[in-house]
Write a protein that binds this ligand. Sequence first.
Ligand code: COA
Length: 171
Amino acid sequence: MVTVRIERIEDMTAIRALNMKAFGQAAEGEIIDKLRRSCPEILSLVADDNGRVAGHILFSPVVIEGEKGRLFGMGLGPMAVLPELQRQGIGAQLIETGLSMLRQRGCSFVVVVGHPEYYPRFGFERASKYQLSCQWENVPEEAFMVLVLDEQRLDDVKGVVRYREEFNAAG
Ligand SMILES: CC(C)(COP(=O)(O)OP(=O)(O)OC[C@H]1O[C@@H](n2cnc3c(N)ncnc32)[C@H](O)[C@@H]1OP(=O)(O)O)[C@@H](O)C(=O)NCCC(=O)NCCS
């Protein structure tokens, strides 16, 4: 049975290996390792399949630097599931558990750069609908999405949503 829980120190090696397998490169695992060291506000969850790390999701702080003020939220990603276990709902379980924890913590919004067919099922919409844009110019408009958790707080704040510097360093 797969259960989603907060990562533990002893999961670190397995999380790195999982990201390597799912993405075929080390960049995502390196971002996760860096953020774990530098940013206590991250939410890092694993899908635990009877003691094996079958999936992982990271949420890290993002900020909108609007003309009328700043608003902090969270960015979803990277997320990875072991290739042999994909398309069985583990990704969805990671997302749903993460979002419910963020709701409880009073998070105002969550953004994601990802497949426009996948994330709307969790309530994500095009960020451009809220006049929010992505800091990276090569991201297509439909791939940058937002889940609004507190519409009132987002009402007055529009602009570019910035991820932590650790994402840029990876290129
Ligand atoms: C994306 C990922 C985490 C999804 O995990 P998962 O456990 O397979 O997800 P679920 O079983 O909950 O959902 C499967 C859905 O994801 C969608 N999906 C998964 N990979 C996709 C892809 N590469 N392109 C488009 N849609 C994809 C499909 O629509 C599928 O829905 P369907 O079964 O209704 O067709 C997993 O495929 C993965 O690790 N991919 C490689 C790493 C990656 O690209 N991460 C996302 C970017 S950070």
